[in-house]
Write a protein that binds this ligand. Structure first.
Ligand code: NAD
Length: 500
């Protein structure tokens, strides 16, 4: 254990033993081409969690080649056989649930409530995607030319590169690969260096055990600070036809430019700065419950966490008093203990970033109602009020358990303030007047608006996604549009007449 961890309570048992992993290329578990590996640490204890292959360009190329070779037969495989693989994968994940909860705790600091949510979500995603092979593969299009029969046919695009983040590691690792695979593509998955197991190698292990043919899913891992050569190969290769990226807006913008240079498509699911509006007629208890969950679940490290709460002035004093008391009662602790509700932040850099943002706001005049200082990598829920408009945290995503609360007098003013951010992922409006909520919700720049529900949530079948700097991808069945090409096929049933 590191020195900074000494203030933390004793560890819960059991924990999984640290293990040396290999990566998955062409159906084989292999070391990095040059034999290098890196250490993946438990964010709570600071101890070694796993040894991971530290790959480079040669590994990425082998994975692309394997995916390219596997494509034709996977795309042609019958619907029943493909469906069986997705159903098997879901069952294996369910069977391994207890072990996977511990892996997420130890690799990413994810406490049991969010880990169990992710497993149940991913199982649902897999079972729903098992139906994709049976969905209509296109439609008949009317032709102006007599005797011409025209079909718009959906076809897989080929090799898709998936890039996953560490935060909702299991759910997002699966989301990165499931729709592309279910549409008949083959995939090279490059997980985050902060969660190479839970956002990558686990997907490989479980799909492999479920009978996915060799090369259909390949997983390539790299060490922190060494994404360059792997990314270069994945973006420069003409054989990679599309990208499925979930991560920060800064990385997404850079990768969109890279993909655009080669005229390749990229699905983007990016950051968020999600507002919650509490109108004058809202149920205060419900608003406080919803805000506590939405702001602090997974210690504020979810793209959909509420970052700013705008409360009608008539409820403001009562709201901040109850909300701060509830926040104060939640303590970050050992994520491997089933009783823990929120765990540590992912790494020291994340702790420092959250601390800097809180300090800057307080230095500018903000008042801290609770929280605000780390113990090791644990950061307790932090509530700020009177945050100055020029503090970065006023409109920028700080990925941690920090939320701002502000009063408002006029609903239109609240909507303008909710929109005063470059992001547009999710929003929530608490009100007794549902139609008012729907109407105001339509004015908030967000891909997802929840009336009397949290900004934080999601089910596999919804059109999940944002607007503005939060990206443009849509999941659920809408993902089929992103990971297939629509091809026109015409058949002339009689000899045609031409003007030349
Ligand atoms: P990140 O952008 O740092 O990393 C995401 C992925 O991109 C990782 O796999 C990383 O290795 C990779 N990456 C980084 N630089 C790269 C490069 N130059 N070339 C190729 N790949 C590169 O984001 P993160 O810290 O892992 O995730 C947190 C962010 O993701 C937050 O902003 C959060 O809001 C966002 N997020 C969005 C959603 C969503 O669905 N909208 C879901 C989860 C997380």
């Amino acid at each position: 254990m590191t020195a900074t961890m000494n203030a933390l309570p004793p560890l819960a048992e059991p924990r999984v033993e640290s293990r040396a992993y290999r990566q998955l290329i062409a159906g084989e578990w292999v070391a990095a081409d040059d034999g290098r590996s890196f250490d993946d640490f438990d964010p709570y204890t600071g101890e070694l969690f796993a040894r991971i292959p530290a790959s480079g360009a040669a590994d990425a190329q082998r994975a692309i080649d394997a995916a390219e070779r596997a494509f034709a037969s996977w795309a042609a495989m019958g619907a029943r056989a493909r469906q069986a693989i997705f159903l098997n994968t879901a069952s294996i994940l369910e069977r391994r649930a207890d072990e996977v909860v511990l892996l997420m705790a130890q690799e990413t600091g994810c406490a049991a409530p969010f880990a169990r949510f992710q497993i149940q979500w991913a199982v649902g995603l897999l079972r729903q995607a098992a139906g994709y092979p049976y969905l209509p593969g296109g439609e008949i299009v009317a032709s102006d030319t007599p005797g011409v029969f025209a079909m718009a046919v959906r076809k897989p695009v080929g090799v898709v590169c998936g890039i996953s983040p560490w935060n909702g590691s299991l759910a997002l690792g699966f989301r990165t690969v499931v729709a592309p695979l279910a549409c008949g593509n083959t995939v090279v998955l490059k997980p985050s260096e902060d969660a190479p197991v839970c956002a990558g190698l686990l997907m490989g292990e479980i799909f492999h055990e479920a009978g996915l043919p060799p090369g259909v899913l390949n997983v390539v891992t790299h060490a922190p600070g060494e994404v360059g050569p792997v990314a270069d190969r994945l973006f420069e290769s003409p054989n990679v036809r599309a990208y499925n990226f979930t991560g920060s807006s800064a990385t997404g913008a850079m990768l969109a430019e890279r993909a655009g240079r080669h005229l390749k498509r990229i699905a983007l699911e990016l950051g968020g700065y999600n507002p919650m509006l509490v109108l004058a007629d809202a149920d205060l208890d419900d608003a406080v419950d919803t805000a506590v969950f939405a702001a602090f679940f997974h210690q504020g490290q979810i793209c959909m966490n509420t970052r700013k709460i705008l409360v009608h002035r008539s409820l403001y004093d009562a709201f901040i008093q109850r909300f701060a008391a509830r926040a104060e009662a939640i303590r970050a602790a050992d994520p491997a203990d089933p009783a823990t509700r929120i765990g540590p932040l992912i790494n020291d850099a994340a702790v420092a970033k959250v601390q800097r943002a809180v300090d800057a706001a307080v230095a500018g005049g903000a008042r801290r109602l609770t929280g605000g200082a780390p113990r090791g990598r644990c950061f307790d829920p932090t509530v700020l009020v009177e945050v100055p408009a020029d503090a970065p945290i006023h409109c920028e995503e700080v990925f941690g358990p920090v939320v701002l609360v502000e009063p408002f007098d006029d609903e239109q003013e609240a909507v303008s303030r909710a929109n005063a951010t470059a992001y547009g992922l999710s929003a929530s409006i608490m009100t007794a007047d549902v139609w008012r909520g729907i109407s105001l919700g339509g004015q908030v720049h967000a891909g997802m608006v929840n009336v009397n529900g949290p900004t934080m949530g999601g089910e596999p079948q919804i059109p999940f996604g944002g607007v503005k700097d939060s990206g443009w991808a849509r999941f659920g069945r809408w993902a089929i549009d992103m990971f297939t090409d629509l091809n026109l096929v015409t058949v002339s049933q009689a000899r045609r007449q031409y003007p030349l």
